[in-house]
Write a protein that binds this ligand. Structure first.
Ligand code: PLP
Length: 412
């Protein structure tokens, strides 16, 4: 992963103290948490933000004149502003708070179903998470538009020349993840966005896997939509965001009807509230959104340059170490990747490896990682995936190495 090297005092042992869970044991061994691509762990400041809300100002937002409601509304809107600043959106109302990446994608897919027609084309990539495939399939089924797929190569990279051939005046939408959750590949999204715009197509980038590692600038990217989940970047589960350019959010119809999203309601006609409330029907996860803001603050306090540099060091260390095990094959070998290692050993089932290393306190992911088409491409049932965060250590990678070696010995 590329990053500008900066000298920041990065002390992983100090950072680990921010995460209460990292000191627990699993099966009598110290927890080694290497499933960060599925969900990250939560620092005390983020937990405190939730506790503080429920202890001191739990109230519904945007409705009450009373003090608690005003405090809750202020904190909720402050969180939106923190997220706006973090992603460098032009306006705070371009940030829609959602229940996560999946919700954000479905919101956009639903909106586009009123624009698309037969003959239109939607392009996705071969590296997508299921949550970035299924909504578009549903959209195409509903509208008669057709779905095209940018293929991938053995290294786990998208084949951009094939993308060039797919693009045409018929292309209305392009959906690609910023970073693949299954392989860690960083996709060339600037190029993908620029090329789509030449044909007037809108682009949605799924940043769920990128936001734990880097700080996207939505204005510099000129992206139309960018989505992410809080729980992959030190925040709570069930909370996320959708960035949309103002012009697009004004154009899209609301996703859900209900309270908060209306300006005026009569039985004849309802007029919708302004952005962002048009897309935030009902009572949101208020404490979760506030904690999302706290998570963004926390990650920025560590610093994304320091995170990238350190995680890259972990990735190189772990790659070298694991490849030392005979028969171990890593999937996704592009130079441009984040700290994810997807691997198999000979014909051993990934599930069996996962089970044995768990006995030794090590949490890794096994299976298809919600990206079955990638597994089909490699003709494998799944992989073992170890994904590293800035709070992991080389000592933990050594423990993984020993555990995987032991698993291999027991299983072959
Ligand atoms: C995790 C993930 C999702 C889904 O996120 P949810 O929080 O479960 O909605 C989508 N895309 C990618 C690339 C992911 O890593």
């Amino acid at each position: 992963m590329k990053s500008s090297i900066q000298h920041i005092d990065f002390n992983v042992e100090e950072i680990r103290k921010d995460f209460p869970i990292l000191s627990r044991k699993v099966n009598g061994k110290p927890l080694v948490y290497l499933d960060n691509a599925a969900t990250s762990q939560t620092p005390q400041v983020v937990i405190d933000a939730i506790v503080n809300y429920y202890c001191n100002y739990n109230a519904n937002i945007h409705r009450g004149v009373h003090t608690l409601s005003q405090e809750a509304t202020d904190a909720y809107e402050q969180a939106r502003q923190k997220i706006q600043t973090h992603f460098n959106a032009k306006h705070s109302h371009e940030i829609i708070l959602t229940s996560g990446t999946t919700h954000s994608i479905n919101l956009v897919a639903h909106g586009f179903s009123s624009f698309l027609k037969k003959g239109d084309e939607v392009i996705v990539s071969a590296l997508e998470h299921h949550s970035n495939i299924v909504p578009w399939q549903m959209l195409c089924e509903k509208t008669g538009a057709s779905l095209k797929v940018i293929p991938m190569n053995q290294e786990g990279e998208l084949v951009i020349t094939a993308y060039d051939n797919l693009l045409s005046e018929k292309t209305k939408l392009v959906f690609v993840n910023h970073i693949s959750n299954a392989l860690g590949t960083i996709n060339p999204i600037e190029e993908i966005i620029n090329k789509a715009h030449k044909f007037g197509a809108a682009v949605l980038i799924d940043g769920a896997q990128a936001c734990p590692h880097l700080k996207p600038d939505v204005q510099a990217l000129d992206v139309d939509f960018y989505v992410a989940s809080a729980h992959k970047m030190c925040g709570p589960t069930g909370v996320g965001m959708l960035y949309g350019k103002e012009k697009w959010l004004n154009k899209l119809p609301p996703y859900q009807g209900g309270g908060e999203m209306i300006a005026e309601v009569t039985f004849e006609k309802t007029t919708y509230a302004d952005l962002p409330h048009k897309f935030e029907a009902g009572t949101p996860n208020i404490s979760g959104c506030i904690a999302f803001g706290a998570a963004v603050d926390y990650m920025n306090s560590i610093g994304f340059d320091a995170i990238a540099t350190y995680e890259n060091e972990l990735l190189n260390y772990a790659t070298k170490k694991l490849l030392d095990i005979e028969g171990l094959k890593i999937y996704g070998n592009t130079q441009n990747k984040t700290s994810v290692i997807s691997f198999n050993i000979d014909n051993i089932h990934p599930y069996d490896i996962g089970t044995i290393v768990d006995k030794l306190g090590i949490a890794v992911r096994t299976g298809h990682h919600c990206a079955q088409p990638i597994m089909d491409f490699y003709k494998i049932p799944g992989t073992v995936r170890a994904s590293f965060s800035f709070y992991n250590t080389k000592k933990e990678i050594d423990a993984l190495y020993q555990a995987v070696k032991k698993a291999k010995l027991m299983l072959s």
